[in-house]
Design a protein around this ligand. Structure first.
Ligand code: ATP
Length: 446
């Protein structure tokens, strides 16, 4: 984990937010390579979940919604985590994390934690009784800070989808089964943020709400479990690191009839990466009741009117980025030297191609800029002409760039350049005139 965090900081993937002021726990900034990585993850998700399904459409709803929405969804009353303090060292913990199980009955935590040692100071029997902590961030809308102007930063993107169910249905002319997908920020005032970007207070979610007939719930739940797992594997996550964790009754969110996590074996343990839940008709029913709007669906073929059920696959961009960096991390020895490579799938790699003239001589720069110009509208290409070629290769290996193109003095004569493959280290010489074609071919061969 230390190697991963140090590499990602050193190479500009992730920085602590407001670092010059000492940072703020649970908030991170994505640097130049991190933002490319995150954008690639989101684009891959959008293609797989939206573009490749004729019956799934997108939405971008506001982060702040009418607070009645969160009352109806149950979040104001039940979006809480169990919290305990150590009376000795004053550290605060999530009771379920220290007890190693989840329950809605706080007394069960108190009993289990009686003889547990504090993970920070090691003293036994010093925990306060477990109490609940509301995780939604509060703010005020407008100039007056009174109870009537309280609003919340959304704790999940799903709420906005349920609230727009009828408008999307009407304007997109979809029929059940159909889905609404959304990528966006969500905020959770986590009691103990940590494990780098795994548990944060400002996160980005990629969520799909897939609306179905009630009798389809089991088949669709099963189908989306598999679809999500297959998608993760297609991005290059190692199969051995992924496991399903089916939730027991006590572990599930208040809205779910069934839920399963896809856990990833992070260096700090096997933890939830992806959550897939059968949210039943809970949300549409609740939002319909609270708003007074009819959120039912009329099936024109069967003449039936019903509230659709919904299957929700939901994943955080940051948790996935961390899993992808971990899966991609590879060390090897080449010519007696350690080589660190992030073996990203090309679709995920922040930079696809590096253009590296062997020296800064103007005649080489000129050709190198031509190569850059020929491919940079299609892919993220980095241009680098400083330092020795060996060091530049190492830099590109460390950020996972699949292809490096070198331009040497021979290039001026034969109008060819060398493409180096990140994983095999094989080099091929190709004509500059067909450079885009060769890059396409080589990228698809990973
Ligand atoms: P956990 O049990 O780890 O707190 P959760 O069960 O509350 O997570 P969900 O409500 O199912 O998480 O959220 C869906 C997805 O959003 C998660 O699978 C995860 O990828 C992401 N996510 C949720 N909370 C966080 C967080 N605090 N930091 C980063 N990602 C998060």
């Amino acid at each position: 984990m230390e190697e991963l965090t140090s590499l990602t900081k050193r190479r500009g993937f992730v920085f602590q937010s407001s670092e010059i002021y000492g940072g703020l726990a649970g908030f991170w900034d994505y640097g130049p390579y991190g933002v490319e990585l995150a954008n690639n993850i989101k684009e891959s998700w959008w293609r797989a979940f939206v573009w490749q399904h004729a019956n799934i459409v997108g939405l971008d709803s506001a982060i702040i919604q009418n607070p009645k929405l969160w009352q109806a969804s149950g979040h104001i009353d039940t979006f809480v985590d169990p919290m305990i303090d150590c009376k000795n060292c004053k550290h605060r913990f999530r009771a379920d994390h220290v007890a190693n199980f989840e329950t809605k009955n706080l007394k069960e935590y108190d009993k289990a934690l009686e003889d547990k040692a504090c993970p920070n100071c090691g003293k036994v029997g010093m925990f306060t009784p477990a109490r609940t902590f509301q995780m939604m961030f509060k703010t005020y809308v407008g100039p007056v800070e009174d109870d009537a102007s309280i609003a919340y930063l959304r704790p999940e993107t799903a709420g906005g989808i349920f609230a727009q169910f009828a408008s999307v249905l009407e304007t997109s002319r979809q029929k059940i089964p159909f889905g609404i997908a959304q990528i966006g920020k969500a905020f959770r005032n986590e009691i103990t943020p940590g494990d780098f970007i795994f548990r944060v207070r400002e996160l980005e979610q990629m969520e799909l709400e897939y609306f179905i007939r009630p009798e389809q719930q089991e088949a669709e739940y099963k189908r989306w479990r598999k679809f999500c797992m297959d998608w993760l594997l297609s991005l290059g996550l190692k199969k051995a690191n992924l496991t399903f964790h089916e939730h027991a009754d006590d572990e599930r969110a208040h809205y779910a009839a069934a839920s399963v996590d896809i856990n990833y074996a992070y260096p700090f343990g096997s933890k939830e990466l992806y959550g897939i839940a059968n949210r039943t008709d809970f949300d549409l029913k609740q939002q319909g009741k609270a708003s007074g709007k009819d959120l039912s669906y009329f099936d024109t073929e069967t003449n039936e009117k019903f509230i659709p059920y919904v299957i929700e696959p939901s994943v955080g961009v940051g948790r996935l980025a961390l899993a992808l960096i971990h899966s991609a991390y590879h060390e090897e020895e080449v010519n007696g030297e350690k080589r660190v490579v992030l073996q990203f799938h090309p679709a995920i790699a922040p930079v696809k191609v590096a253009v590296l003239p062997l020296s800064k001589k103007p005649e080489l720069s000129k050709v190198a800029h031509e190569v850059f110009g020929a491919i940079s509208s299609q892919w993220r290409v980095e241009y680098d002409e400083t330092q020795s070629i060996g060091r530049r290769y190492r830099r590109q290996d460390e950020i996972g760039t699949p292809l490096c193109i070198t331009i040497d003095f021979e290039s001026l004569e034969d109008k060819k350049v060398t493409i180096r493959h990140r994983d095999t280290l094989k080099q091929v010489r190709v004509p500059i005139a067909d450079i885009a074609k060769h890059v396409t071919e080589q990228l698809s061969g990973f």
